[in-house]
Design a protein around this ligand. Structure first.
Ligand code: SF4
Length: 285
């Protein structure tokens, strides 16, 4: 039986005290305990950004990848060994800027894994530039006169791209986020959770207080997560009232279900003795 202590690591945590990443880390660890998974069954994959340190702080199988490529690396792991529970951590710049094409492709493919985006609406690790979810008017090192274009709407994008589990959480409510992560991991297919993660150092606009005054829970408002059109309508709510919770969920075959050569047996169990790679190597000799 895995305990909270087992999931800890000796690595010194270098996040700023009060950072929203702490709420996500707490929710993640408690969700893993609730799911009852062994440490060997879990793989955490992250990209570049403050979020990217999550694997340093959780004692499981981990891969800290390169900027924007969190999802391709995780896809390889998930397709090769479906017995593993793959959870990706990405940031708004990592996923919605550098990784946008991969985000779209992974949603369409319905790869069976979970994505948690630490959306702080700013490039924090590189000390405060705007990202594609920064709000209009947001002043940063790269936008000293304020952002002049509207932010992306990743929830709406995930819905219209064929997302089968689309949700939003808030780092200031780790209990609620824990529930979402548990549901996401249990969902068969690609589960996506955008998380409002206040960056107390570089985002002066979207603070804990700012979110607390606005967020409300879809499940408490009677939202039906099987109604895609309603989910899309909800994804455009912003300004005074902003929904968190499960927007939409559906069952659809995963990418692996439609790949006949690995559908029955994972690659990790295929015999290598009949594989001859010498023709491939000829080009390099
Ligand atoms: Fe968190 Fe922002 Fe500090 Fe990074 S810079 S650790 S996102 S508060």
């Amino acid at each position: 039986m895995v305990t909270l202590k087992d999931l800890g690591t000796p690595v010194l945590n270098t996040w700023c005290p009060g950072c929203g990443n702490f709420g996500i880390l707490t929710a993640l660890k408690n969700a893993l305990l609730e799911l009852g998974l062994s440490q060997e069954e879990i793989v955490l994959v992250s990209g570049i950004g403050c979020h990217g340190k999550v694997p340093n702080y959780v004692n499981t199988n981990n891969l800290h990848g390169i900027h924007g490529r969190t999802l391709p690396a995780a896809t390889g792991i998930a397709l090769t060994n479906p017995d593993l529970t793959v959870i990706c951590h990405s940031g708004d710049a990592d996923c919605y800027d550098e990784g946008w094409e991969h985000f779209t492709a992974t949603i369409r493919r319905n790869i069976d894994m979970t994505l948690i985006v630490h959306n702080n609406m700013v490039l924090a690790l590189t000390v405060g530039q705007a990202t594609s979810t920064s709000q209009e008017g947001f002043r940063s090192r790269s936008t000293p006169y304020g952002v002049i274009v509207p932010p992306l709407n990743p929830i709406a994008h995930a819905l219209v791209s064929g997302g089968t589990f689309v949700a939003r959480g808030f780092a200031g409510d780790p209990k609620h986020l824990q529930r979402l992560i548990v549901e996401a991991v249990m969902h068969r297919g690609f589960s996506y959770i955008d998380v409002f993660q206040p960056c107390i150092t570089f985002n002066y606009l979207n603070t804990y207080q700012w979110f607390k005054e606005r967020v409300y829970k879809l499940e408490e408002a009677g939202h039906d997560p099987t109604d895609k059109w309603k989910a899309l309508e909800k994804s455009f709510e912003w300004d005074d009232k902003i929904p968190i919770g499960l927007f939409y969920k559906e069952d659809r075959p995963t990418y692996r279900d439609n790949l006949p050569h690995i559908k029955g047996k994972p690659l990790t169990e295929l015999a290598l003795d009949k594989v001859d790679i010498s023709p491939l190597l000829k080009d390099y000799m």
